[in-house]
Design a protein around this ligand. Structure first.
Ligand code: ADP
Length: 269
């Protein structure tokens, strides 16, 4: 922080002339360091489920003549593989986002994004008797990638459900504030203390690693949300109080409507 990295190259281009090239490498070095960290973190995170699977396979083999034990260990193997596959899926998604692969920018209907994300989160919510309330139709639109935005809202909803008690409510609020579309996911869950609030957006950061593992969390959900927001020219912020709940708000630039003349369908005056 505060220092800059430069690369200096000097060439003699004449008897009394030197050419000095000074290149600012600060950003390049920062990106390299992030990439290195990512690889180290990923290897570490992959080791846990892979190690667990190997151990479970050995145990199943040893318990071959105890059908009840085999069933139990097979169930745990299925859960570990599901975790592993979620992890690999999110790592790929995050790498694509980090490479800036946003793809085509389309006019996206935010109501549809929310409806789709809520739909997909409903099964896990129902299993905990958690109801998800999404408001009515707003007609709000943004420019971006439909699937990426669904993923972002879905990640927020999955967390809201994972870190809330049975029988609570999760709400999704949609509104326009000035030039921004705000999507807020509100829960009545365990909340996040002040010191952790900034850190939860870091890759693989978890307030309580054991709990995150129990819920099948990968520690990547919020960094994906942050990337999706940034790629859309927006951001994500958090309000939370331990014991009361959390609100994550995604703010995205609203799509500007075309000038009135262009709203008339072609062929009509
Ligand atoms: P994970 O897969 O572990 O949920 P995330 O990146 O989605 O990873 O979240 C990082 C951490 O932030 C979680 O492990 C959890 O400790 C905390 N967290 C995220 N969302 C919430 C929430 N709605 N309520 C309480 N804690 C949360």
């Amino acid at each position: 922080r505060g220092t800059i990295m430069v690369q200096v190259r000097v060439a003699q281009i004449g008897p009394h002339r030197l050419l000095v090239l000074v290149e600012d490498r600060t950003e390049a070095r920062r990106v390299e360091a992030i990439r290195r960290d990512f690889v180290v973190n990923v290897s570490h995170e992959l080791k846990t489920p892979v190690g667990a699977l190997a151990l479970l396979a050995e145990t199943v083999e040893a318990a071959a003549d105890d059908p009840e034990a085999v069933r139990r260990f097979a169930g745990r193997m299925q859960r570990e593989s599901a975790r592993l596959s979620a992890l690999v899926h999110e790592i790929i998604e995050l790498s694509r986002l980090q490479a800036g692969a946003l793809g085509a920018m389309n006019l996206v209907d935010v109501d549809e994004v929310v409806a789709e994300a809520v739909d997909r989160a409903r099964t896990t919510a129902a299993a905990k008797q958690i109801t998800i309330d999404a408001g009515g139709t707003t007609g709000l639109t943004v420019y971006g990638g439909h699937a990426l935005l669904v993923t972002a809202v879905r990640n927020l909803l999955d967390n809201a459900v994972a870190y809330s008690g049975a029988g609570t409510h999760v709400g999704v609020g949609l509104q326009r504030t000035g030039d921004l579309v705000e999507i807020a996911v509100v829960d009545q869950g365990i909340g996040i203390g002040k010191a952790d609030q900034e850190r939860v957006f870091e890759r693989f950061y978890r307030v309580d690693p054991a709990r995150s593992r129990d819920t099948g969390g990968t520690g990547l959900g919020l960094s994906i949300v942050k990337h999706v927001a940034a790629d859309h020219g927006g951001d994500v912020s958090i309000w939370s109080q331990p014991g009361r709940g959390s609100t994550f708000t995604l703010r995205l630039p609203a799509a500007q409507l075309p000038p009135p003349g262009q709203l008339t369908p072609a062929g009509e005056s």
